[in-house]
Design a protein. Structure first.
Length: 133
């Protein structure tokens, strides 16, 4: 696996992550695939519709688990903890949402790099990271 993606998109976070749209994640993932056509992605999202959309586009390149019961329940917190540890495992890169501490912690915990979807330099950042392997 080359990249893990964390898309935090629910009603509570829409304004905070406004720069990290679904299209910005797709742009980042497409760039990874241009450099490494056989790349696979671990997708962490609370929204099963997003998972379905990304699977329709990227097919077998997407790995994920069923969404948890929400971050505000004990089961949801355990699910989030499992995703935190899975997100950056064996990855060269974590593609995260703007201002996402979740993505930042996953990248730091696994000592991997973080690219922020929707940032001005994300494409250059991805190319730099993946071309140096």
């Amino acid at each position: 696996r080359l990249a893990g993606c964390k898309h935090e998109w629910d009603n509570e976070t829409v304004k905070l992550y406004a720069n990290s749209t679904l299209d910005s994640f797709k742009q980042a993932m497409n760039q990874v695939l241009e450099l490494h056509p056989r790349a696979v992605f671990y997708l962490a999202s609370y929204n099963p519709g997003i998972t379905d959309e990304f699977r329709a586009i990227y097919g077998d390149s997407i790995y994920t688990v069923a969404p948890g019961s929400g971050r505000h329940t004990p089961t949801g917190m355990l699910h989030d903890a499992a995703e935190l540890f899975t997100l950056g495992m064996h990855s060269k890169l974590v593609i995260g949402s703007d201002y996402s501490q979740f993505s930042q912690v996953a990248a730091e915990y696994h000592r991997t790099r973080l690219a922020v979807a929707g940032s001005d330099d994300v494409c250059e950042h991805i190319e730099d990271i993946l071309s140096n392997e």
